[in-house]
Design a protein around this ligand. Structure first.
Ligand SMILES: Nc1ncnc2c1ncn2[C@@H]1O[C@H](COP(=O)(O)OP(=O)(O)OP(=O)(O)O)[C@@H](O)[C@H]1O
Length: 695
């Protein structure tokens, strides 16, 4: 998922002309008008931001904007504001082709790259890349510290009827109780039976395999099926809560909680540096953390003595004796009693120490088969077998792609969000869910990695760069100490920016699938994506499209059937998203990133951020499902700007009417009742929607 570029300047990391040409060439549908003639780059105050707010498309950069390509109703790409062009066309156009590259992608940093000193100087053809923008100075002003912005969380206290803190002078309705909540272990006395069972299981495992041999490493062949790892979301949330509370404890009194540390002291007392310096090439697929293995394979006694200042080390659940430990009646008193975010990331990844790239990727494919799929400001996406591994450098000092690296704690909350959305997926075994859909990318696993990029990844990166001209820094810049989080996801296909839709029905299918997914997540967990630009929507078309193909969703207990026209659409990139897990509200405080709202007037993406700001009144932790609606409005604009094989003026009018009606809806769920979807969506009785005419 890329990060939209931003607002302020704009836009998106729409791929450069080279990329645009490549996209057009590979598009599945004919494009009567390829991305237009480059026009002079306009200057902006662009600053790159991503991770959060600014990201890929949103990345606001100090460099001049790159050329833009505008939609045209006459198949002639004109110069000017693309959206003005759309408006000026009056919606008619008789189905005339429209071209899509509306957002400008940050220009490859021709100048900032300093090819002479750039390690990629050896790239064939690198010097011949076209440059449409004056060489900009290397970014300097927008390397803001992530410490001033970022994802935040509000936890619900046990026994407390906690609501999101209300912004003064603004009356907010209380968020509805989320459905599909994770089990709330924070209400009432803490039940440690699960933890005990886990550690017992670990102990038993250790007895069976005194020296466990690496699992799933190095020898896996491409295409080998991976088992999806089940995470205990509530346990992760609970640990995270404890550590957050511990961090706050010294500065302000919160509330007493009945709490017991859930983690072995070995981890809680071991510094992040220690964890990073220890390597454990195996991943405990059993569950959680394995204290015994951690000791044996990850640490020396000396390091423990030095760091923890103690020689007595807990090695098993029985030694932890959690059950008998007195229940705490106050919050942990010091940071040392809470896990660092990095240690918790390791736990979530079921690792006792970071792995290497080779270890991780060889789990999914042969190293030589890795292919880079795309890039964002923070992440690089690589195909590895049937999976996509998104690699995000974390915690380092090195400025990467003009941005300060994300911190473990930010990543941890993104991980929690991914897990919460995973919980919405239909798993076959459990069709009792109140709300379910498969419209959010499936996150299969997470890994913490450390070290230099593996040569196979460097090679994949360079191949992609040769074709698409990467705007990111060359990964050779990373040092041995660099840590990364790897999100292992399903392959969601091609992003909307590059995907050529065939006709109006595919456009409607896309809108329906996005709307249903948002509606389901709204109902389940007050989800708002808040960054649904075209780089964050992935599509796949069935090889043999079945016009009557449908997908199922469950919305507030109602099974529904949606017609897809052979398209499968999924949403990625939850960095800015807001969610209520049932135990906590996770949100990104966009108010700390004002540049996001400074994008060019008339730029649809920038306008959408501003609309969200008005809707929320900058109370970003609050629940405002209307933010989902404004992204649907944005999507209709994008769809109107795209070119189709078949699209009549009537089809365009339908889309424009839908866009008008959207302004009256307060949530994605409301939108589902719109007439645009009436023949596509029905309550499930048999396998096929009753309203659906057979083609
Ligand atoms: N699961 C996936 N399947 C297929 N392609 C993917 C997947 N995840 C990411 N990509 C591709 O990689 C690109 C970059 O990924 P992504 O947007 O997640 O990175 P990012 O660093 O979060 O971006 P941003 O700058 O928006 O933060 C996407 O635009 C998409 O083209």
């Amino acid at each position: 998922m890329s990060r939209p570029a931003a607002a302020a300047a704009a836009v998106a990391r729409s791929r450069g002309p080279a990329a645009a040409a490549a996209a057009a060439a590979t598009a599945t549908a004919p494009m009567p008008c390829t991305r237009g003639t480059p026009v002079a780059a306009t200057t902006t105050t662009a600053r790159r931001k991503k991770a959060a707010p600014a990201a890929k498309h949103r990345a606001v950069r100090t460099r001049p904007r790159r050329p833009s390509f505008f939609p045209s109703s006459s198949s002639i790409c004109t110069q000017g504001d693309p959206w003005s062009d759309i408006v000026a066309s009056g919606g008619g156009g008789g189905g005339a082709a429209r071209i899509g590259a509306v957002y400008e992608r940050r220009r490859a940093r021709e100048a900032s790259r300093q090819r002479n000193s750039d390690p990629r100087d050896s790239f064939a053809g690198g010097e011949n890349r076209p440059s449409f923008a004056p060489a900009p100075p290397k970014r300097s002003s927008w390397n803001r510290s992530l410490s001033i912005r970022g994802r935040e969380s509000i936890f619900f206290a046990p026994g407390t009827n906690l609501q999101p803190q209300q912004k003064p002078s603004r009356a907010l309705k209380r968020p509805p109780k989320p459905c599909n909540r994770v089990k709330n272990t924070m209400r009432g006395p803490l039940d440690l039976s699960k933890e005990k069972a886990y550690f017992e299981e670990v102990d038993a495992f250790e007895l069976m395999e005194e020296s466990p041999s690496p699992k799933n490493f190095a020898t896996w062949a491409s295409g080998m099926e991976q088992t999806i790892i089940v995470h205990d979301l509530s346990a992760i949330l609970e640990r995270w809560k404890i550590s957050k509370i511990a961090r706050c404890a010294s500065s302000k009194p919160l509330f007493d909680i009945m709490e017991t540390p859930l983690v072995p002291s070995v981890l809680s007392t071991c510094s992040t540096d220690c964890l990073k310096s220890c390597r454990t090439p195996e991943k405990d697929r059993y569950s959680g953390i394995n204290p015994r293995r951690t000791l044996h394979s990850g640490y020396t006694n000396n390091s423990l003595v030095n760091i923890a200042g103690e020689t007595s080390i807990v090695t098993s659940f029985s030694e932890l004796d959690i059950k008998e430990e007195p229940v705490r009646t106050s919050i942990p008193s010091s940071n040392s009693e809470a896990l660092t975010a990095f240690a918790q990331l390791l736990m979530v990844c079921k690792q006792s120490a970071p792995a290497t790239f080779a270890e991780v990727f060889s789990t999914y494919c042969k190293l030589g088969s890795i292919v880079k799929l795309g890039e964002g400001t923070y992440g690089e996406a690589y195909r590895a077998g049937n999976s996509v591994c998104k690699v995000v450098p974390i915690d380092g000092e090195l400025v990467v792609n003009g941005e300060t690296q994300k911190k473990s704690e930010e990543i941890l909350e993104e991980v929690l969000l991914c897990l919460t959305l995973n919980n919405l997926r239909e798993d076959g075994a459990d069709n009792e869910k109140e709300n379910s859909c498969n419209g959010f990318i499936e996150t299969k696993d997470f890994w913490v990695c450390q070290g230099r990029y593996d040569p196979s990844l460097v090679s994949a990166w360079e191949n992609w760069d040769d074709k698409h001209r990467s705007e990111n820094d060359h990964p050779k810049e990373f040092s041995n100490d660099q840590c990364y989080i790897i999100f292992v996801q399903a392959d969601g296909g091609r992003d909307l920016e590059k995907f050529a839709l065939l006709d109006y029905n595919e456009a409607r299918s896309l809108l329906l699938q996005i709307t249903t997914s948002l509606a389901v997540a709204e109902s389940a967990c007050e989800f708002e994506h808040r960054d649904l630009h075209w780089g964050n929507i992935l599509l796949v078309r069935d090889e043999m499209p079945d016009k009557n193909h449908t997908m199922n969703i469950t919305l507030q207990g109602k099974r529904m059937c949606a017609r897809t026209f052979g398209l499968t659409v999924c949403i990625i990139d939850f960095t800015l998203s807001r969610i209520n897990t049932g135990d906590a509200i996770l949100f990104f405080d966009l108010s700390k990133d004002p540049v996001l709202f400074e994008g060019r007037k008339g730029d649809k993406q920038a306008e959408t951020y501003r609309k969200m700001k008005r809707i929320t009144n900058e109370y970003w932790e609050g629940s405002f499902p209307q933010t989902n609606v404004v992204w649907l409005v944005y999507l209709v604009d994008i769809l109107l700007s795209k070119k189709y094989e078949t699209c009549t003026s009537k089809d365009e009018r339908e889309l424009r009417s839908f866009k008008k009606r959207l302004s009256s809806y307060g949530s994605a769920r409301d939108c589902l009742a719109d007439s645009l979807f009436s023949d596509l969506l029905s309550e499930e009785e048999d396998s096929r929607p009753s309203a659906m005419p057979l083609l």
